[in-house]
Design a binder for this molecule. Sequence first.
Ligand SMILES: CC(C)(COP(=O)(O)OP(=O)(O)OC[C@H]1O[C@@H](n2cnc3c(N)ncnc32)[C@H](O)[C@@H]1OP(=O)(O)O)[C@@H](O)C(=O)NCCC(=O)NCCS
Length: 140
Amino acid sequence: MIRRALPSDIPEVVEIENCSFKVPWPDFLFKSHLSNPGFLVYKQDHILGYAIVGSSDDKRKAHLQSIAVRTEYRRKGIASKLLEWSIDLVKLYGFHKMVLEVRELNMNARIFYLRNGFEVEGMVEDYYLDDNAILMGRNI
Ligand SMILES: CC(C)(COP(=O)(O)OP(=O)(O)OC[C@H]1O[C@@H](n2cnc3c(N)ncnc32)[C@H](O)[C@@H]1OP(=O)(O)O)[C@@H](O)C(=O)NCCC(=O)NCCS
């Protein structure tokens, strides 16, 4: 099931985070998102994935801040479902577009987003300390 994240989910979310990213978010950052209704988890017996969506700096677009799935549960449609829920949620808040940044070197995620209807809208050199960012967007 997909539901809003609870404080008790944080240790498992951090576990997924640590296996998913070279520069993982620390637990206090996830804790700071607990007040955000766009912090979603996919739970069976355990937390298998999470997504965080908020608004862009100018508040005009929804912004997918992070999404990750436990390594051994990938390619089962879990991230697609989390994304679908995130999109349905932000539509309720009146957003008509979702944007995100993805590392240029993260080909798996770039393919995932393309398969889920996002298009490349730009690139920011050295957005990350060690990589460029590809900017993607999707009308929702
Ligand atoms: C990117 C990520 C979230 C995808 O999660 P997932 O649950 O495996 O994705 P889905 O099963 O919903 O994939 C949907 C489609 O996206 C594409 N896709 C997903 N992962 C892919 C991969 N590693 N290689 C190629 N295509 C991929 C496929 O077309 C897939 O459909 P298929 O399995 O029927 O071929 C997951 O690989 C992950 O957690 N990566 C590490 C964290 C990360 O990079 N997050 C994105 C940060 S911007």
